[in-house]
Design a protein around this ligand. Structure first.
Ligand code: SF4
Length: 280
C-alpha cells in the first residue's frame, strides 16, 4: 500500500515577546531577533488561516502562542477560537501549543474541540540547563504528563543540533518514549544571527541517524519532520521519508519562512508517496 504523508500547519497566533531565555528561540526578548512581533490574532484571522491550511491539504492545524505558560486570560479566547476553527474545518486534528499548562486548562481546551496538545521536551534533561536557565525541564515533562492524563493526544519532540551529545539525543528519545506521545516532531536547529548558540549546523547524515534511531525506538509514534527540514536537506528530502518520517510541517514556521505548500506536495508525490486525507 502506498505510504501517505500527513501535513500539519502551524499558526503563530501570538508572536515574539517571551521573557524566557531559550537559546534556540527567536521569540525570546533576551536575543533581540529581527522578527515580527504581535499580540493575539483575532479568531476570524485564525479561522481564515485554518481554511487556507486545509486548502493546502493540511490535516493538522496547530495554534501556537509564544510564552512559557498558558495564561488563564488566554484560555477563554483559545476555547472560543478552537470552537470556531472546528466549526469551519471539522476534520482537522486541532492542536494547541501554549506552553506549560495545568490539567484544568487542558480540560477546558479539550472540551472546546482541541484534539492534541504540543509541548516539546526540546532536549535531554541533562543538557536543558545549557539551553534555558529561566525554567526547568521537569516542568516541561510535567505538562506532558498533564496532557496524557486529560486524554488529549500528546505531541512531544525536540530540537537537534544545539550542541548536545549523542547521549543527550538518546536520552531525549528515551524520555519521549516514556510518555508514549501520539506524534513526535523532530526539529533541526535553524541558525539565526541573533541567537547565542554557536554551533555547526547539523549535517543531513547526522539528522538521518537521529530519524532512524527515533524510528527504531518509537515504532508506534507518528514521526514528524518539523523546523529545519529545508535548511538541513535542501531539495533532497527523500532519505528523510525512507528513514521513517510520516508527517511534515508545511508552510511557514513560527518565525521562519517555509517552502511553498504546492512545492512540498509535488516533492512528496515525486517520491511516490501520497498525501494523507485524514490524521490517523
Ligand atoms: S518559552 Fe517558548 S516562546 Fe519562550 S523563549 Fe522558550 S521556546 Fe521561545
Amino acid at each position: 500500500m502506498q505510504k501517505e504523508i500527513m501535513l500539519c500547519a502551524i499558526d503563530n497566533i501570538l508572536s515574539g515577546s517571551c521573557r524566557e531565555d531559550c537559546k534556540f528561540c527567536t521569540q525570546s526578548i533576551h536575543h533581540g531577533a529581527d522578527i515580527e512581533r504581535y499580540r493575539l490574532k483575532s479568531t476570524e484571522e485564525i479561522v481564515k488561516d485554518a481554511k487556507i491550511a486545509r486548502a493546502n491539504k493540511a490535516v493538522g492545524f496547530c495554534m501556537v502562542t509564544a510564552g512559557k505558560a498558558l495564561e488563564d486570560k488566554h484560555v477563554e479566547f483559545l476555547c472560543k477560537t478552537a470552537k470556531a476553527v472546528k466549526k469551519a474545518v471539522p476534520e482537522f486534528n486541532l492542536i494547541a501549543c501554549n506552553g506549560t499548562a495545568t490539567k484544568e486548562q487542558l480540560k477546558a481546551l479539550q472540551a472546546s474541540g482541541v484534539d492534541s496538545y504540543n509541548h516539546n521536551l526540546e532536549t535531554s534533561e541533562n543538557y536543558y540547563p545549557q539551553i534555558c536557565t529561566t525554567h526547568g525541564w521537569s516542568e516541561r515533562y510535567k505538562t506532558c504528563e498533564n496532557v496524557k492524563s486529560t486524554g488529549l493526544n500528546l505531541c512531544s519532540g525536540g530540537i537537534f543540533g544545539m550542541g548536545e551529545s549523542e547521549q543527550d539525543r538518546e536520552e531525549l528519545i528515551a524520555a519521549i518514549q516514556t510518555l508514549q506521545p501520539k506524534s513526535v516532531p523532530l526539529n533541526f536547529f535553524m541558525k539565526n544571527p541573533a541567537l547565542p548558540l554557536e554551533v555547526e549546523p547539523i549535517t543531513p547524515a547526522q539528522a538521518l541517524k537521529i530519524v532512524r534511531y527515533a524510528r527504531a525506538q518509537l515504532p508506534g509514534q507518528k514521526l514528524m519532520a518539523a523546523g529545519g527540514r529545508e535548511s538541513t536537506f535542501g531539495t533532497d528530502q527523500k532519505p528523510l521519508f525512507e528513514a521513517g518520517i510520516d508527517a511534515i510541517v508545511i508552510g511557514d514556521y513560527l518565525t521562519a519562512k517555509g517552502e511553498s505548500c504546492d512545492k512540498d506536495i509535488a516533492m512528496i508525490q515525486s517520491y511516490g508517496y501520497g498525501i494523507a486525507k485524514r490524521c490517523r
